[in-house]
Unconditional design. Sequence first.
Length: 246
Amino acid sequence: MQKTEVVVLAAGYGKRMQSDLPKVLVPLHGKPLVQHVLEAVKASGVTDTPIVVVGQKRELVMTTLGSEYRYVAQLEQLGTGHAVLSAMPELEEKVENVLVLNSDVPYIKPHSIHMLAEMAENSDAVLTMATVHVSDFEDWRAGFADFGRIIRDENGDIVKIVEKKDATPDELKITEVNSGSYSFKASWLWNHLKALKNENAQGEYYLTDLVGMACAEGADIASISIDPKEAIGVNTKEHLDLLHKL
């Protein structure tokens, strides 16, 4: 059984990019956003054949990226949790850990991917997450103010993730946030993905809800810390401009 497989989520619409291209193919430094992520995965040494979950204009995405990846189609865009569930037939009972990356974080480093996989493989935690520490929420770091805050107990263990809309004034001052990159124990992941609810305004199944499930169960959650620039995602042209500047 393989220790870790990587799943890259590349199925979304990216409506706010105002582009005819699916967001994952929008260029940054002459390469599609998702290509930066896939090259980092390859350089990490974690896997040679990551799974790319495709959806919007999937034929174009697959043609652009080529044949060195495995593709899974998310036929309906029902959220990030649903996207990972789409990969279950490819991975169930074949891998011990499933490492999930977003396709729109082009500055993720190979070393961070390797460390995330290594931490997960050597831990009993059902979930290992990459977190980000920022000095403040000013200047180019302002976007991190919208990220979920990491709540730790007196022992330094993660006990909760609080989204901005639910945070108290004191919790909003916390400068450690969730980057959105995770590695899950596969057996735990498949069972809990099936239990996700879509009781939200978008009617979607969110991968981030798994963090809440793990916290509610009192399950072990491990973490690594990554550079803030590695967690900047592209949702708008302004985000793309920021990445060019950085």
